[in-house]
Design a protein around this ligand. Structure first.
Ligand code: NAG
Ligand code: NAG
Ligand code: NAG
Ligand code: NAG
Ligand code: NAG
Ligand code: CU
Length: 238
């Protein structure tokens, strides 16, 4: 009886996994190459709800993917976790406005309706770090600290790659209900190529803002479209 029940559950879960590997409108994300380990970007989130979330991004020895080293500490214990975090499309707004960062970095337009399947990371939104590599743990609450380190094969340090993390990208930390609880720009620290420029750091607080959810699918589409229009205009000017 129990056996059949769990067998059915396993089958159901397997089915769910198959369904959740959703390829983007523009295909799966390719593995990136040529990411120099001399290039360092970082993001330091600090807000009323996040004492510190510090992420370092560098290339790798063989240039494949980006090495991400991150530590989260002092997360507000009243915020439900574990805590998703992502690369978002735009810089933090005035007064640490996390809403202004827009949606997740998703150049292959797979949307976020279907959750990321960590077993098929090439099908996930490129910016969905916690989907691919795990959410920040409850251990990061209060006086606790939680660190992680991994290579993400689909992000790029090349300014000409659509999966580039530099320029106007940011990191947003959410509570488990997707409310944005902190954000910071991804800034060039050293070794960047000519196309990369850094933006002034801002103290990311959520003070005085209504908590809002991550960008919906419609919004992702719109921002993708907006980017397309911007690139189109730039291309016409060139
Ligand atoms: C911690 O989170 C709770 C629940 O959202 C909120 O009421 C409280 O203001 C937060 N604390 C700080 C310091 O932001
Ligand atoms: C990020 O890099 C800086 C400078 O090398 C280092 O001090 C810091 O410990 C690193 N942080 C993490 C979380 O790896
Ligand atoms: C934060 O940014 C969003 C999107 O740019 C904007 O609509 C909103 O008015 C801003 N909120 C504040 C408090 O400035
Ligand atoms: C947030 O998530 C928790 C745990 O999943 C849930 O119990 C709670 O109702 C949610 N709160 C809101 C405001 O959605
Ligand atoms: C950020 O906060 C620190 C400490 O509260 C302060 O010294 C600094 O001026 C702030 N920077 C900005 C850009 O607001
Ligand atoms: Cu996000």
């Amino acid at each position: 009886m129990h056996f059949f029940k769990s067998a059915a559950t396993v089958a159901l879960l397997a089915g769910a996994c198959l369904v959740s590997a959703e390829t983007g409108e523009k295909g799966d994300a390719p593995i990136t190459e040529g990411n120099s380990d001399k290039i360092v970007y970082e993001a330091h989130v600090t807000s009323s709800n996040v004492k510190s979330a510090h992420l370092n991004f560098t290339g790798t020895e063989d240039g494949v993917g980006i090495l991400i080293q991150a530590c989260f500490t002092g997360l507000n214990a009243s915020q439900p976790g574990p805590y998703p975090y992502h690369v978002h499309d735009f810089v933090v707004g005035a007064k640490g406005n996390c809403t202004a960062t827009g949606a997740h970095l998703d150049p292959y337009l797979r949307g976020e309706v279907t959750p990321c399947d960590a077993d098929a990371p090439e099908t996930c939104q490129v910016g969905d770090l916690s989907g691919k590599h795990g959410k920040a743990s409850l251990e990061a609450r209060g006086s606790g600290t939680w660190c992680t380190s991994y290579v993400d094969k689909y992000l790029s340090l090349d300014p000409n790659d659509v999966a580039f993390i530099g320029n106007d990208r940011s990191i947003v930390v959410h509570n488990v209900n997707k409310t944005r609880i902190g954000c910071a720009n991804i800034l060039l620290v050293s070794g960047g190529s000519s196309g990369a420029k850094s933006y002034p750091s801002s103290n990311a607080t959520t003070t005085g803002e209504p908590p809002i959810a991550t960008g919906a699918a419609a919004r992702l589409g719109t921002s993708g479209l907006a980017l397309g229009v911007i690139f189109g205009v730039v291309a016409m000017l060139l």
